[in-house]
Design a protein around this ligand. Structure first.
Ligand code: ADP
Ligand code: MG
Length: 327
C-alpha cells in the first residue's frame, strides 16, 4: 500500500503548493473560518496549516491518514452530488507517504488534543497527547525527503512560494468570509480579513486582483432557473487588461473550463468584434447534480451535463453586462 500511496502522491502532490491546496481544502471542509498557513523555504522544509474547524476525534486520527478513508462520502451515490472539496480520501495518505507528517487535532468534545506522526515509508504511527485548541494542525516537514527524483523538480523557494501564494489567492477569492494568514520564513505575507458585506468583499477582491481591476470591472449578477453567474469582468475600456487574471469557480471550486472560457470569448467577440480576452473573476453556481467534478484527481476539470445550455447562459450574462455598460 505504501508504493500505491507514493504513486498516488504523484497525482495529487506535485509540489508544495498542491500540498497547501489539499490541506486548506480539508480545513474548509471541516468548517474552519480561520486558517493560518506557515511556510518555510518555499514549503520544501515546512508547510504548517492550522485551522479552527471541527477537529478529528482521537480514534479517527490514524484512519484519516489511511488511503481511501474519507469521512465525506458514504456511498457511491454521493459522488453524484459532491459539495465538499475532498472526496477521494487520498490527500493525507499521499502527502504522508512523501514527507514527515504530524497531525494534531482536538474536537470540542475532547478536553485534550491528540497527535500522530508518520514518516514516509515507515507508516507506523503512535498517538500521543498534545496541546492544541479545538481544530486541526497539519505539519508537513521535508517534502519528498524519500523521493529524490521528485525533490529535484522543486524550483527556487521564491518560485514555490509564489505558487503557494496563488493557491491562497484563489481560495481567498472564493471564500471571502474566511480569515486567511500566510507567512513565509516567519514573516506575514498575506492577511485576508473576513469580508461579509458587498463593500468588504470588493475590498478583498481589490486586495487580491488589484485596484485597477476592481475600478474597471463590470459586475455580473445573472440568473436563470437554478443557474447563477456572479462576479466581475473587465470592461473593454480597461487599458491595463491583466489577461492572466482569469478566475472561474463552479460551485465554489476553482476550475479551468473550456465551455466557460469559450462563452466569455464569444460574448466579447460578438459585442466588440474584438479578439479580446478579458480579465475576469466569475462564480457559476448550479445544481451539483448537473455537473461532474470527479473528472481529474486534481479536480480542475468539470463536465457539464448540458454544456450547450451552460455556454449560452454564461455568454448571455456577459453580453448583457457589456450592453448595459455601453448605455
Ligand atoms: P478527503 O478530504 O478526500 O476525505 P483527505 O486524505 O484529504 O481525504 O482527508 C482524510 C480525512 O481526514 C477527511 O475525510 C477528514 O475526515 C479528515 N481531515 C483531514 N483534514 C482535516 C481537518 N483539517 N479538519 C478535520 N478533519 C480533517
Ligand atoms: Mg481532502
Amino acid at each position: 500500500p505504501q508504493l500505491a500511496n507514493q504513486i498516488a502522491a504523484g497525482e495529487v502532490v506535485e509540489r508544495p503548493a498542491s500540498v497547501v491546496k489539499e490541506l486548506v481544502e480539508n480545513s474548509l471542509d471541516a468548517g474552519a473560518n480561520n486558517i493560518r498557513i506557515d511556510i518555510e523555504n518555499g514549503g520544501a522544509t515546512l508547510i504548517r496549516i492550522r485551522d479552527n474547524g471541527l477537529g478529528i476525534a482521537k480514534d479517527e486520527l490514524a484512519l484519516a491518514l489511511a488511503r481511501h478513508a474519507t469521512s465525506k462520502i458514504t456511498s457511491i451515490d454521493d459522488l453524484e452530488a459532491i459539495l465538499s472539496f475532498g472526496f477521494r480520501g487520498e490527500a493525507l495518505a499521499s502527502i504522508s507517504s512523501v514527507s514527515r507528517l504530524t497531525l494534531t487535532s482536538r474536537t470540542a468534545e475532547q478536553n485534550e488534543a491528540w497527535q500522530v506522526f508518520v514518516q514516509g515509508r515507515d507508516q507506523e504511527h503512535t498517538i500521543r497527547p498534545a496541546s492544541h485548541p479545538v481544530g486541526t494542525s497539519v505539519e508537513v516537514a521535508n517534502l519528498f525527503f524519500n523521493t529524490p527524483a521528485r525533490r529535484k523538480f522543486l524550483r527556487t523557494d521564491k518560485t514555490e512560494f509564489a505558487h503557494i501564494d496563488e493557491v491562497i489567492r484563489r481560495i481567498a477569492l472564493a471564500k471571502p468570509h474566511i480569515v486567511l494568514t500566510l507567512t513565509h520564513n516567519g514573516k506575514i505575507i498575506r492577511q485576508y480579513k473576513s469580508a461579509v458585506n458587498d463593500q468588504q468583499k470588493l475590498k478583498r477582491v481589490a486586495a487580491i486582483c488589484g485596484d485597477d481591476f476592481v475600478q474597471h470591472a463590470l459586475q455580473i449578477d445573472w440568473k436563470h432557473d437554478d443557474l447563477h453567474l456572479s462576479g466581475w469582468v473587465a470592461t473593454p475600456q480597461s487599458t491595463r487588461a491583466q489577461n492572466d487574471l482569469n478566475y472561474c469557480y463552479i460551485n465554489g471550486r476553482m476550475v479551468k473550463d473550456k465551455v466557460i472560457n469559450h462563452a466569455i470569448r464569444q460574448a466579447y467577440a460578438e459585442h466588440l468584434g474584438a479578439e479580446q480576452y478579458p480579465a475576469f473573476v466569475l462564480f457559476l453556481d448550479l445544481n451539483p447534480n448537473d455537473v461532474d467534478v470527479n473528472v481529474h484527481p486534481t479536480k480542475h476539470e468539470v463536465r457539464f451535463h448540458q454544456a450547450r445550455l451552460i455556454h449560452d447562459f454564461v455568454c448571455q450574462g456577459i453580453a448583457n453586462a457589456l450592453l448595459s455598460a455601453e448605455q
